[in-house]
Design a protein around this ligand. Structure first.
Ligand SMILES: Cc1cc2nc3c(=O)[nH]c(=O)nc-3n(C[C@H](O)[C@H](O)[C@H](O)COP(=O)(O)OP(=O)(O)OC[C@H]3O[C@@H](n4cnc5c(N)ncnc54)[C@H](O)[C@@H]3O)c2cc1C
Length: 332
């Protein structure tokens, strides 16, 4: 393992100063992504900045009923927080579908947003990977690509974004607060993760900034939510395809629909056209199947992952059906 300098930040401003002081530096929160990748020689920070002393560990209800989640709230604390369970059960369902209790106890909200792909070629320092080493090529294109993306890919990168939590945040439409050298700014989560295009090494819209909080607007009412995650084994496994759905119902007509996908795309994938198709429709299987077909209309398989398209279709239809059932129960 390479050596690196270590600093502990006692304020947000100081964390950002440490970050700027070195060309290749990294914050560390729970360490569940960073330490693995340093040991694999995939990430090579010359300075690591411990941000765990920062006061970013609470979930607050704001006067306008939005929820503000500190970047250091652990995935466990977030999933079981009473305000999150009451307002945004989709977030809780998605987090609890991921990793293991031990990992969730360490993993933080900011770290989850920033986690790296699980593409085996990215994680193998001997393989060609444009994300890890710009211009080196992509071994996944002609390699074993069963786990890779069918949406949002480019000729430079087909790696999937692995997060479950981010699928829920995409469906909910979260706002991130970032603190950088020029102060604070807000960004919609949909604009935070980038498509790979010709620059797959640039994964986020982040400029020497620290994520300090995630804010969630009040929920749709009456609200039904469901997160369906399909994977090779029932627990402790990343998604082959997942769908997060939120529906508000008026009698049996859909008021507002939200849909996002995981495991199939290069970033958390919000399906806005499918959402528009669902609005005002009867909440039945025909509408859910039509929405699934539209959500996947642009899907392009690689050599080994064509199965992901019907799998994602199943996940979407099941998530929408379960969300509609829960919305009816919520209204009863
Ligand atoms: C065995 C295993 C199984 C897993 N399974 C799943 C799964 O099924 N589903 C799933 O969604 N996830 C899964 N994960 C991923 C896990 O959720 C992430 O590793 C975790 O959320 C990262 O959070 P962390 O606090 O540990 O981040 P760290 O490892 O501390 O940091 C990760 C990255 O984020 C940056 N960072 C951290 N905090 C901030 C911040 N506030 N602002 C800016 N940058 C920041 C760091 O610099 C680093 O680059 C799994 C992980 C492991 C190890």
């Amino acid at each position: 393992m390479r050596t690196f300098a270590f600093a502990r930040a006692n304020s947000v401003a100081r964390a950002v100063e440490h970050r700027q002081a070195e060309l290749v530096s990294a914050f560390v929160a729970g360490g569940t992504t960073l330490l693995d990748l340093v040991k694999l020689d995939v990430m090579r920070p010359s300075r690591v900045i411990d941000i765990t002393p920062l006061p970013l560990t609470t979930v607050e209800r704001l006067p306008d009923d939005r929820l503000r989640i500190g970047a250091l709230v652990t995935n466990t604390d977030l999933a079981y927080h009473p305000d999150v369970l009451a307002d945004h059960p989709l977030l809780s369902q998605a987090i609890l579908a991921g990793a293991s209790t031990q990992v969730r106890n360490m993993a933080t909200t900011g770290g989850n947003l920033m986690q790296r792909t699980r593409c085996p070629y990215f994680r193998d320092a001997a393989a060609a990977c444009n994300k890890r080493e710009p211009g080196s090529g992509c071994d996944a294109l002609d390699g074993v690509n069963r786990m890779h993306a069918v949406l949002g890919a480019s000729s430079e990168c087909v790696a999937v974004h692995p997060s479950d939590m981010c699928v829920a945040l995409a469906a909910i439409g979260a706002t991130l607060t970032l603190h950088g050298p020029n102060g604070e700014r807000e960004i919609d989560v949909a604009d935070f993760h980038r498509l790979p295009g010709t620059t797959p090494h640039l994964e986020h819209d982040l400029d020497d900034e620290l994520i300090v909080a995630v804010t969630l607007a009040p929920p749709l009412m009456p609200l039904g939510t469901a997160y369906v995650k399909l994977r090779d084994r029932a627990s402790f496994e990343f998604a082959l395809a997942s769908a997060g759905a939120m529906l508000s119902l008026d009698e049996d007509l859909i008021g507002e629909a939200r849909l996002a996908l995981g495991g199939v795309a290069t970033k958390p994938w919000r399906c806005r056209e499918a959402e528009a198709l669902l609005a005002g429709k009867r909440a039945d299987t025909a509408a859910f199947e039509a929405a699934a077909d539209l959500a996947l209309a642009d899907a392009r398989p690689l050599t080994h992952n064509a199965f992901k398209i019907p799998l994602a279709r199943q996940a979407i239809v099941r998530a929408l059906r379960d969300a509609a059932r829960r919305a009816r129960e919520d209204d009863a």
